[in-house]
Write a new protein. Structure first.
Length: 320
C-alpha cells in the first residue's frame, strides 16, 4: 500500500464523521436541504435587504478603495484610529487567490456535472446576494479588530462573537458572555481545520489530478505518488507565508492579477471560439435553472447546488 492510500484510509473515516455532523440535513420532497446551507441563504438574503443592496450602490466606492482613489473629506471629524497591515487591494488579492481557482473553476465544474447547466444561473444569483453577507462579516471584523503590542492586527469572528453576547437581548442571561467566548473558541478551532481540509487539501487534490493527467495519466510520476507534488507545494507555501500576512499580501498582490487575467482571458477565448453556440448555451442555462433535467428535485435542488458553489467560491459566511 502506497503513502497516498495509507493517508486516505486514515483520514477518510474522520472526514466522513465530521462532514456528516456539519452537513446535517432534512429531506423536503426528494431534496436534501442542509441546515448550514439554509442558514447561509437566509443570512445572505437578510443582509442584502438590510444593507439596501450594498452590492449595487457600494460597487463604485469599492473600486475607489482598491485603487487608492478614495480620500476622506478634510472637513469631516473622521480620524482613522487603527491602521491595517494590508492595503485594500492586497486584502482583496489575498482573498481572491484562495478562492478563485477552487471555487470558480474546480467547484463550478463539479456543480455543473451534478446539477446540470442550470446551476450556473443560480450561482450568479447566489453570488449577488452573498456580497452583502461577505461585506457585513468583513465590516464586523474590521470594526472590532485588535491592535497587538508588536504592531500586528488581529480580527475576525473570534473577536466579535463575544461582543455580540454582551448586553442587549442577552442581558438577562447570566452566562451569556461565557457562552460567547466558547463559541468564539469553537469558531477559531473550526477555522483552522476548515483551512486545512476545506481549502488546502481540496486545492492540492485538484492540482494533483490535473498534473497527473497532463503528465501521462496512470503512467505519470504523480500517479499514486501525490505526496510528491504536495510536498513541493507545501515548501513553496511555507516560503510565502513565513513572512506573515504582509508578505502574503505583497506576494498575492503581484500574482493574483496575473492569475485572474489569465483566467478571464481564457474564458473569453473559449466563448469567442464557440461564439456560434453561445446563444443556445445561455438559453439552456436559463431553461435548466427552472426545469432541470440533469437532476431530481427540480429547480429547488438546482438552486441549492448553485448556492453551495457560490458560497464556497466567495467564502461568504465563513468570516475569513
Amino acid at each position: 500500500m502506497n503513502i497516498d492510500a495509507v493517508i486516505d484510509s486514515a483520514l477518510a473515516p474522520i472526514a466522513d464523521r465530521v462532514s456528516g455532523f456539519i452537513f446535517s440535513y432534512i429531506t423536503i420532497g426528494s431534496v436534501k436541504v442542509e441546515f448550514l446551507v439554509a442558514l447561509l441563504i437566509s443570512a445572505a438574503l437578510f443582509f442584502t435587504f438590510r444593507t439596501g443592496f450594498i452590492g449595487i450602490w457600494g460597487f463604485k466606492h469599492a473600486i475607489k478603495l482598491i485603487t487608492n482613489k478614495y480620500k476622506h473629506a478634510s472637513t469631516s471629524d473622521y480620524q482613522r484610529k487603527k491602521k491595517g497591515e494590508l492595503s485594500s487591494f492586497q486584502a482583496l488579492s489575498a482573498t481572491i487567490s484562495a478562492s478563485a481557482g477552487i471555487g470558480n473553476v474546480a467547484g463550478s465544474a463539479a456543480a455543473v456535472s451534478i446539477g446540470g447547466p442550470g446551476v450556473i444561473f443560480w450561482m450568479i444569483v447566489a453570488g449577488f446576494f452573498s456580497m452583502a453577507l461577505k461585506f457585513s462579516e468583513v465590516l464586523l471584523g474590521v470594526k472590532f479588530r485588535h491592535s497587538n503590542p508588536d504592531g500586528t492586527v488581529s480580527g475576525g469572528p473570534m473577536y466579535y462573537i463575544p461582543i455580540a453576547f454582551k448586553g442587549g437581548i442577552w442581558s438577562n442571561w447570566q452566562n451569556s458572555e461565557k457562552f460567547g467566548l466558547v463559541l468564539a473558541k469553537i469558531y477559531a478551532v473550526c477555522a483552522v481545520f476548515a483551512m486545512i481540509g476545506g481549502w488546502n487539501l481540496f486545492q492540492i487534490n485538484a492540482m494533483t489530478a490535473q498534473f497527473t493527467e497532463v503528465t501521462g495519466g496512470n503512467n505519470s510520476i504523480f500517479a499514486d505518488n501525490g505526496w510528491i507534488l504536495g510536498t513541493i507545494v507545501a515548501l513553496i507555501t511555507w516560503f510565502t507565508v513565513i513572512g506573515g500576512v504582509k508578505a502574503i499580501g505583497k506576494f498575492t498582490s503581484k500574482v493574483t492579477p496575473i492569475m485572474c487575467s489569465l483566467y478571464v482571458t481564457s474564458a473569453f477565448l473559449v466563448c469567442i471560439l464557440n461564439i456560434g453556440h453561445l446563444p443556445h448555451t445561455i438559453a439552456l442555462i436559463v431553461r435548466e435553472a427552472f426545469s432541470p433535467q440533469a437532476m431530481t428535485g427540480g429547480a429547488f435542488a438546482c438552486l441549492l447546488w448553485g448556492f453551495r458553489r457560490a458560497m464556497f467560491a466567495n467564502e461568504s459566511g465563513l468570516g475569513t
